[in-house]
Design a protein. Structure first.
Length: 330
């Protein structure tokens, strides 16, 4: 699923809830939602951010606009580090509240949203809300999030995917530095990827290297999943991390030194088996690499956007753009 834009809004006080609502209305306009759907998105964003503030003691909301050619979809990720939801089924009941409110939050959100998924535990809660067209059942689920350096309006990280009946390819790019120059390099890399996505990962990187010579450069990684062969093929340049988590173990792939558009030592592909339970995670150096999915019981079975949201919430560095792409079997 291709991403059109993403906004990361810290939720620290009551005024933050208003900021989230205004951002949601702007996102609805960019996605071409009608008045009714725009109001629904604003309501979902307001309720989600209010829950983050009241129940989580603050946190973040990510508002993303998604489009893969079959219609627009808005996605909300509400992230907090509160004590979690003790009884999720009870919390979904209309009228139930632990904070003295009317208790219409989660129940109302469930009725409005196209998709509602919640992951909650001792480390906090992540609520994912989709509004728009229903996603089609597919063999693979792919979700990515790219958020800018704090204070920047553009993101120097970008990602893209290309999916056919027998293969899926995902690319993650980190333009050097941050701001407009980094975004220009990242966007040029994704544009090249879209033109060359039918090629092998190393070949795509080679073409991208040439395309980025007119920019400040970028680091990037590409993972290709071949469904018939049940293998993943990886190629990377620079400090993009790629890990394959399966059966309680994690394998990291090797990226070669260099910067696309400036200097590259070589392009090399690596292969690994793709088990049915595998989760593939790519992320830029805007995330720390010390994460462990197994430290979050049940997380590995959740939607890729939930997994990516947890990693961003708990391991994001605040001094750079940050991005993560998660791929797993549906």
């Amino acid at each position: 699923m291709e991403i059109a834009f993403a906004e990361w809004i810290p939720v620290t006080d009551a005024s933050s809830v208003g900021e989230v609502r205004r951002t949601a209305l702007s996102a609805a306009h960019r996605l071409g939602f009608d008045e009714t759907r725009s109001g629904e998105l604003a309501l979902l964003a307001t309720e989600a951010s209010r829950n983050v503030l009241i129940h989580g003691g603050g946190g973040q909301v990510v508002l993303a606009g998604l489009n893969e050619g079959s219609g627009p979809l808005a996605r909300i990720l509400a992230l907090d580090r509160g004590s979690g939801i003790r009884d999720l089924s009870q919390a979904m009941t209309d009228g139930y509240s632990t904070s003295g409110t009317m208790g219409g939050g989660l129940g109302a959100m469930k009725r409005i949203a196209t998709v509602l998924e919640i992951f909650s535990g001792k480390t906090g809660t992540v609520v994912m809300l989709d509004l728009g067209r229903a996603t089609q059942a597919e063999k693979l689920q792919i979700a990515g999030i790219a958020v800018p350096y704090p204070g920047e309006r553009v993101c120097g990280d970008a990602w893209g995917t290309h999916v056919t009946s027998d293969r899926a390819v995902a690319m993650l790019v980190d333009g050097l530095g941050h701001g407009w120059g980094a975004a220009e390099a990242a966007n040029e890399a994704i544009a090249t990827f879209r033109q060359r996505a039918h090629l092998a990962p190393a070949e795509i990187l080679d073409y991208t290297h040439d395309a980025l010579r007119k920019t400040r450069g970028a680091v990037a990684a590409i993972a290709e999943l071949r469904s018939k062969e049940q293998v993943v093929v990886f190629a990377g340049v620079g400090n993009i991390c790629c890990s394959l988590v399966s059966k309680g173990a994690s394998r990291s792939f090797v990226s070669h030194n260099g910067t696309l558009g400036l200097r590259v030592s070589k392009f090399q592909e690596f292969r690994a088996d793709w088990p049915s339970d595998a989760v593939l995670i790519l992320h830029s150096d805007g995330l720390q690499s010390k994460w462990d999915l197994l430290a979050y019981p049940g997380l590995i079975a959740r939607h890729p956007a939930i997994i990516g949201g947890v990693l961003l919430r708990d391991f994001r560095r605040q001094r750079d753009d940050a991005s993560v792409v998660v791929v797993k079997a549906a």
